[in-house]
Design a protein around this ligand. Structure first.
Ligand code: GLU
Length: 496
């Protein structure tokens, strides 16, 4: 889909410091959708220049999450691309060249003060009720020239413009004017270990990689004047800035663990479907027409429009995601549902690993009984186990329906056994007719009789429709379970 729009180049530029969380996945998704909508490219760039914050394995996890959710990048680690490498730690020469360019332009300076010296001076200034340092040249007690001559380590700092204003044109928020007199201290561009900081590396890479839209969380807004001044210093054209509103929890506060902002892999493990996550996340802070909710990924690609991103924060509500997941689960063809449910049954040792053909066939038979009610794939083992295995004997108390007593429950089970043993047909209509008749013979309510049978067969009080369940379990096995339950209950009576 191109709409006559230029193919966009977007990027996700995480620092490998942790898992991919729901909030960042929304940023990934918007970038991915925009690239796909415009027929452009989505780039993954790993911003791993802060060696202190580096977490081994984080990058692998992140890429795996993107893969599992189905939001893969077109250029990036492992797959390469025209601007490889896509790890900033492998691009140090590029940053040094650009730092040299800025030095030649005279917009940066080498500061020889150590972090401890700066801290001390600042502490002194605060004590004297003075502003903290903004500039870091020839600080008291620091002779930059002498240290330079001695080959001392230094940081390269950007000499920020402090008069006038810096203007950010943001696609979502419009023009934002920053007063330069309020700017932060001259930022470090190259650290003394030779690694660039985020500001230098990101700007250089966004430019070189021809990123057309920098779409990122709006928590980056305060640092954007520095980025803009860097673009100006290099004399480069700025990308289109798209600062997307934060993802909030239902209480309107920034999304946190408490609201379910855990890793994406956790969501997948819980049995959320990637397509439901994608659909729901697309609606956090964006809408197609303020009412359509369920959209396939192809529809999202076609309809996604940056101009419809809302400037205010969007809310992530796990309950709403559960609702979406239910809708998507109900929409799956049974074979597909079986394929997705199987790993959960394998893990719970309800089927073999890998499942046999017979087990898969069984799964396809019984899934229609639970598909309507399933909200998470991970609910499958506890919902389906008794179709595959005889359940452990139920707690005798559960076998006793309301307003009956254990002795009566034994009678119900024995009579049900006799009634069902006599059937020479085992289908819904026959079962229904026979069990309703039995209820009348016993002078009880269907709810009472059916509950005792349900618990005997499934081991629990909630199961799919009773007759469907019995058909699926089969006559022989149904009789065994009724008999076992009746015997166990009678024994427990004898004991007590
Ligand atoms: N490396 C930054 C981060 O960790 C990227 C910010 C941006 O997208 O410009 O989130």
């Amino acid at each position: 889909m191109t709409d006559g729009i230029h193919p966009a180049r977007t990027r996700f530029a995480p620092s490998p410091t942790g898992f991919l969380h729901i909030g960042s996945l929304r940023t990934v998704l918007f970038n991915w959708l925009w690239a796909h909508h415009t027929g452009g490219q989505f780039i993954l760039r790993i911003e791993d220049t802060d060696r202190k914050r580096f977490v081994p394995g984080a990058e692998e996890q992140l890429i795996e999450s993107m893969q599992l959710i189905g939001l893969m990048y077109d250029e990036g680690p492992h797959i390469g691309g025209p601007y490889a490498p896509y790890h900033q730690s492998q691009r140090l020469d590029i940053y040094h060249q650009h730092a040299a360019e800025l030095e030649a332009k005279g917009v940066v300076y080498r500061s020889y003060a150590t972090a401890e010296e700066i801290e001390q001076i600042n502490a002194q200034r605060v004590a004297n009720k003075q502003e903290k340092l903004l500039s870091f040249r020839n600080l008291p007690g620091v002779d930059d020239a002498a240290r330079a001559a001695a080959g001392a380590p230094y940081t390269l700092r950007f000499n920020l413009r402090r008069e006038g204003q810096t203007v950010l044109n943001d696609l979502i928020r419009g023009q934002i004017v920053f007063d330069n007199s309020n700017l932060i201290p001259d930022p470090v561009l190259l650290k003394s270990d030779g690694y660039p900081t985020y500001a230098l590396a990101a700007i250089v890479d966004d430019h070189i990689m021809q990123i057309s839209h920098v779409l990122r969380a709006d928590e980056w807004l305060p640092s954007s004047p520095v980025h803009i001044q860097l673009y100006e210093a290099f004399g480069w054209e700025q990308p289109i800035w798209v600062h997307v509103p934060q993802v909030l929890g239902p209480d309107g506060k920034k999304l946190s663990k408490r609201h379910g902002d855990t890793s994406v892999t956790e969501y997948l493990k819980d049995g959320f479907l990637p397509e439901a996550i994608v659909n729901y996340l697309a609606l956090i802070g964006w809408s197609y027409d303020d009412k359509t909710e369920i959209m396939t990924t192809a529809e999202l690609i076609e309809r996604f429009d940056l101009n419809r991103i809302k400037p205010s924060g969007g809310v992530f509500d796990r309950e709403k995601l559960l609702h979406f997941n239910g809708v998507y689960l109900r929409g799956l063809a049974i074979d597909e549902l079986a394929r997705r449910v199987a790993p959960y049954l394998e893990q719970a040792a309800i089927v073999s690993s890998p499942p046999s053909t017979a087990e898969m066939q069984r799964l396809v038979e019984v899934l229609p009984l639970v598909q309507e009610r399933l909200k998470l794939l991970s609910e499958a083992p506890e919902t389906l186990d008794f179709f595959f295995q005889r359940p452990a004997l139920a707690d005798p108390k559960l076998l006793v329906p309301k307003k009956t007593d254990p002795a009566q429950a034994v009678v119900i089970l024995q009579r049900a056994h006799a009634a069902l043993a006599s059937l020479d047909q085992w289908d819904l209509a026959t079962l229904e007719e026979r069990l309703r008749a039995l209820t009348e013979e016993l002078g009880l309510k269907t709810g009472q009789v059916f509950m005792a049978i349900r618990v005997a067969i499934s081991g629990r009080t909630v199961s799919p429709g009773l007759f469907e369940t019995l058909v699926a379990v089969g006559q022989e096995e149904t009789l065994v379970r009724l008999d076992n339950a009746a015997t166990a209950l009678a024994q427990s009576l004898a004991v007590s």
